[in-house]
Design a binder for this molecule. Structure first.
Ligand code: PLP
Length: 374
């Protein structure tokens, strides 16, 4: 059966160059990076080269990069640290964040003396930055946590502006950049941000590895206790081959950024015009100029098609999703779309289609043909 993968916001394929680099690392860097003998030193040296490469790619210094197991861990760590170590009294975020942020914040702030404030969401899916400015004018020690690119809708938040507001009011700023890292240039010398989160499997790297950027000078307390790995910031033997794979994946994603982006943008335009032709009345959830590889569309089908549409596409070998992968098995409407759509529209089938440089117009033709038979 033909297979078409259009769910790159959930995860991506591992680039062949990344697999090669990881295989080499698995064969050659098997020593424990904390061992002082030559085997350990070799593994240590490989991870430090990877750290330097990642730092260079976002214009940070190597000491500002800490390896973690995933985006979820990094987000958890930033919030734990903000509450216990930086003594923030308020966290401002938004109800359209990924559950790795939203559920974590709800859980951590419950029964604590830290207030959680979720910004209003405007009809285009943007958090209300006027409300943010008003809140920041109050004299309360605050962490702001706003994602760069929404994983369900591709809505892009102006994190430059958010960062500037935070600087103006001495608030800490954390951004979940899991969907944008490797897909757009990020320069931490230009961007006023304190913490950035990345996960390798979203940019053609392996699963189970991520990194946290922590601006120099910020105090950080370890969340995982134990050994002295990562300068005592994160205990646990480093996943050397995954770290090597992540550095390689970020390097090639950014090297290929311009051609990949151009290719994906042309597919996006093709998809929108095909939807206009075959499904007049379809709507884009969010905005037409959302992030280039994610498009969330509401199809002009009856509400009773909602439950079976993904199954129908899956039977034809097509992978798309309704929301984030973590909730795609659930039939409850997406918490992100619930902030943006009317009750009626929420019942209609919406699909997240997320593209990569590996997709072709054929893939999109196949999707359109399959949708015609729903
Ligand atoms: N944040 C966003 C925006 C995501 O899209 C995801 C993954 O879907 C995560 C966080 C969680 O990342 P990880 O799978 O590495 O824990």
């Amino acid at each position: 059966m033909k297979k078409v993968y259009l769910d790159h916001a959930a995860t991506t394929t591992i680039a062949p160059e990344v697999i090669d680099a990881m295989l080499t690392s698995m064969k050659e860097d098997f020593g424990n990076p904390s061992s002082t003998h030559s085997f350990g030193r070799q593994a240590k040296s490989s991870i430090e080269l990877a750290r330097k490469s990642i730092a260079k790619n976002i214009n940070a210094t190597a000491s500002e990069i800490v390896f973690t197991s995933c985006g979820t861990e990094s987000n958890n760590w930033v919030f734990r640290n903000a509450m216990d170590n930086l003594q923030v009294k308020r966290i401002i975020s938004s109800p359209t964040e990924h559950h790795a942020v939203l559920h974590t914040l709800e859980e951590m702030t419950q029964n604590s003396d830290v207030d959680l404030v979720l910004l209003k969401i405007l009809p285009d899916g943007q958090p209300d930055l006027v409300q943010l400015a008003e809140l920041l004018a109050e004299d309360i020690k605050t962490l702001v946590s706003l994602m760069h690119v929404n994983n369900e809708t591709g809505v892009v938040t102006d994190i430059q502006k958010v960062g500037e507001l935070c600087r103006q009011h001495q608030a800490y700023f954390h951004s979940d950049t899991v969907q944008s890292m490797g897909k757009t240039a990020i320069d931490v010398q230009q961007l006023p941000v304190d913490f950035l989160v990345a996960s390798a499997h979203k940019f053609n790297g392996p699963k189970g590895i991520g990194f946290l950027y922590i601006r120099k000078g910020l105090s950080m307390q370890s969340m995982l206790l134990g050994g002295e790995q990562e300068k005592g910031l994160r205990a646990g033997t480093e996943s050397v081959h995954n770290i090597i794979g992540m550095a390689k994946a970020l390097e090639i994603s950014l090297e290929q950024l311009a051609p990949h982006r151009a290719h994906i943008l042309s597919l996006r335009a093709y998809l929108i015009s095909a939807l206009q032709e075959h499904f007049p009345g379809f709507k884009i959830n969010g905005s037409i100029d959302g992030f280039y590889n994610i498009i969330n569309v509401m199809l002009p089908f009856a509400a009773d098609k909602t439950a079976m549409i993904l199954f129908h596409l899956d039977m034809k070998g097509i992978a798309v999703s309704r929301g984030s992968a973590c909730q795609s098995g659930s039939i409850s409407p997406s918490h992100v779309l619930a902030q943006m759509l009317s009750e009626d529209d929420l019942q209609k089938p919406s699909l997240r289609i997320s593209l990569s440089h590996l997709n072709t117009q054929d893939d999109l033709d196949y999707l359109i043909e399959a949708l015609k038979t729903v």
